[in-house]
Design a protein around this ligand. Structure first.
Ligand code: 6PG
Length: 246
């Protein structure tokens, strides 16, 4: 397991610009080398700017990409809470992005059924995989409570070791969430955390420099077994970190 890399930028805008270039370059490099680039998106608010940048910016090899969702709220696709809807309003506006390259979680279904169905979708995309799918890049966010994807503190999903996709009951939300399991997150070639805002200071410190357990700060459970892990964060979120002087 490699130690995580940390990259601090000035603002949410700088974070979106840096991440957009990162993804653009990686997509062309990997699609060029291996014929396809598999990307899992994060939800929430932080990636909105990034997705809008990717849609409006230099073209990506959309025809050779498979775009998936690392988690979803248990709501229909037109709900204002839906991660798919957020992505549809931003990234999916990209000219030339074939709709069949985008694989959403049908979260309007009963949660367990939605999780099972999405696992089948991934098994088709990663046909022949006997263990866990190896995404080229997984984007993740960080909640103020230390959750990532939809793996929340003290939820059953934290100990899931078989399923690729799980329906995770989150008591404090009184709702299920659909989420990749830790084994899928940790099988990735590369994981990129995007973290912005002062409300993430505690969680980011705990993930990178604290001693919390995975039960208390689930993002600490993201440790790619044979992949790279990078935290791209803005100055406000990094305020609680002890940074080495350049
Ligand atoms: C979701 C996410 C979740 C998100 C964090 C951070 O569906 O909410 O995938 O893990 O990344 O909650 O969310 P913000 O970017 O909104 O702070």
């Amino acid at each position: 397991m490699r130690s995580p890399r940390l990259r601090v930028v000035e603002s949410p805008n700088a974070l979106a610009d840096t991440a957009a270039k990162w993804i653009h370059d990686r997509a062309w490099e990997v699609a060029g080398a291996r014929g396809r680039f598999t990307l899992a998106l994060s939800g929430g608010t932080t990636p909105r700017l990034l997705y809008a940048r990717l849609a409006a910016g230099p073209r990506l090899p959309w025809e050779r990409m498979e775009i998936c969702f690392g988690d979803e709220r248990a709501v229909p696709p037109d709900s204002p809470e839906s991660n798919y809807r957020m992505v549809k309003d931003t990234l999916l506006r990209a000219p030339g992005l074939p709709p069949e390259r985008v694989h959403r979680i049908r979260a309007e279904l009963p949660p367990v059924e939605a999780a099972r169905e999405y696992e089948q979708t991934l098994r088709k995309l990663f046909a022949g995989t006997t263990t866990f799918p190896r995404f080229d890049l997984i984007l993740l966010g960080l909640g103020p409570d230390g959750h990532t994807a939809s793996l929340f503190p003290h939820t059953a999903g934290l100990v899931e070791r078989q399923a690729w996709v799980l329906a995770n009951w989150v008591e404090k939300l009184e709702s299920h969430r659909l989420s990749f399991s830790f084994p899928v997150l940790n099988a990735a070639t590369e994981v990129l955390f995007l973290v912005a805002g002062a409300d993430k200071t505690w969680a980011l410190h705990e993930v990178l420099q604290g001693g919390a357990t995975v039960q208390d700060v689930p993002a600490r459970g993201v440790q790619p077994t044979a992949g790279a892990l990078t935290f791209l964060v803005d100055r406000a979120a990094a305020a609680g970190l002890v940074l080495q002087s350049a």
